[in-house]
Write a protein of this length. Structure first.
Length: 102
């Protein structure tokens, strides 16, 4: 499955708002497939957001988050900051994306 992270960051009055949507199945391990067998758990377990290599968010998630999760956060920053979002899941996969604050 192709992964993709969409990320935007905008500054207003010294506050940077970061919005991101992550393409991920977020399977709980409780749902059954067409064959009647449980679909294995597959979910994002950790998200780290940095601004200019300084951590501004570290979140630990479980299977109770919906498919293709959206996240929004704010921090004190400036235009031109480099914002990077990285996620890791319970199956060892990971994805990263970065943007410059506008």
């Amino acid at each position: 499955m192709a992964r993709k992270i969409k990320i935007k960051a905008k500054e207003k009055d010294g506050v940077v708002t970061v919005k991101s949507i992550m393409n991920h199945p977020m399977e709980t391990g409780q749902r059954k497939g067409k064959d009647g067998k449980k679909i294995p758990a597959h979910f994002i377990s950790e998200i780290v957001v940095t601004a200019n290599d300084e951590e501004v968010l570290n979140a630990n998630w479980g299977p109770a988050v919906s498919k293709n999760p959206f996240i929004s956060l704010a921090y004190n920053g400036a235009k031109g900051d480099v914002v990077k979002l990285t996620w890791k899941d319970n199956m060892g996969e990971s994805e990263s994306a970065e943007t410059n604050v506008k």
